[in-house]
Write a protein that binds this ligand. Structure first.
Ligand code: COA
Ligand code: AMP
Length: 243
């Protein structure tokens, strides 16, 4: 199989990214589709890379959705879910506060996720402006999962984002991430999630106020597994078979 990755930037800022894992015969078709995604950019980079082996994950995390009346109620619920996933309350609260104020020490958003020691809350990512990115992951049949999610009532404008986030969170768990906390940096998108092996993928709305351009991800991990988890998240190719 091949890893196809597209990223686009404008004025030096990342504006769009997408990736697929495909068979050789599908490269052309998928490249064309990926290249059409960014609408306004001044540089696009497309990478096509053969992957030696692909691990198959039979099933995605189970999905649950909850709506609350305020951001603070949502955050309270997220912390309860993280506790259920094995994270100390003080560490879960620290992660929520970190994403609220912005996890990039220089301001703005990070380019990837925070790695947080699940015991102490210490940040473990080697570069705190970059973070760690989960890449080389895709659905076996993206089209059929898209259809199923549509039938379950996910709004069309959020489908691609949800497909990407669910497959990413599923890979994370398979790489040894104990739990994850996320909300988007897109000012219009206030739904976030917590995820973990024992809690599934729990969508929560609103995780931030409408119009806020700050978001991020925190991956809770066991400190001693840091290097193998980074290697897995960034390098191992994984395909998720079904929803
Ligand atoms: N956010 C911000 N900057 C990004 C970025 C992202 N998601 N992905 C790439 N970049 C920029 C960074 O400047 C990066 O340099 P760095 O490694 O010093 O941070 C540079 O592009 C090169 O990145 P690289 O990791 O080599 O890109 P890649 O070719 O492997 O592609 C993507 C990675 C774009 C496919 C991946 O980031 C992505 O967007 N995946 C699909 C969607 C997704 O996962 N979305 C998040 C969850 S919904
Ligand atoms: P998004 O859900 O795309 O709005 O991204 C929210 C935040 O997640 C970004 O600000 C980054 O900090 C982080 N992020 C983006 N892409 C990735 C990735 N592939 N892996 C891990 N973290 C990411």
């Amino acid at each position: 199989m091949y890893s196809l990755r597209m990223r686009a930037e404008k004025g030096g800022e990342h504006v769009s990214g997408a990736e697929r894992l495909v068979k050789g015969e599908d490269i052309k078709k998928v490249l064309t589709a990926l290249a059409k995604r960014p609408k306004d950019y001044d540089k696009m980079v497309i990478t096509v890379e053969k992957v030696q082996s692909v691990e198959v994950i039979p099933k995605a995390l189970s999905v649950f959705s909850y709506d609350f009346e305020s951001v603070s109620l949502s955050h309270g619920f997220a912390v309860e879910k993280l506790k259920q996933a094995g994270i100390e309350e003080s560490v879960a609260l620290k992660a929520v506060e970190l994403l609220k104020k912005g996890s990039n020490p220089k301001g703005g958003n990070m380019r990837g996720a925070v790695l947080m020691d699940m015991e102490s809350g210490e940040r473990l990512e080697p570069d705190k402006e970059r973070g760690i990115r989960t890449v080389r992951v895709d659905w076996k049949n993206r089209e059929s999962v898209r259809r199923l999610l549509k039938e379950r009532g996910i709004r069309k404008q959020y489908l691609e984002r949800f497909l990407d986030a669910l497959v990413l969170a599923t890979k994370n768990v398979h790489c040894g991430v104990i739990a994850e906390l996320c909300w988007s940096d897109d000012p219009d998108y206030t739904t976030g999630y917590v995820a973990g092996r024992d809690i599934g993928y729990v969508r929560i709305k609103p995780m931030k106020e409408y119009g806020v351009p700050i978001g991020g991800r925190v991956y809770f991990i066991q400190k001693e597994r840091r290097d193998e988890i980074i290697e897995c998240l960034e390098k191992k190719a994984m395909i998720v078979e079904v929803l």
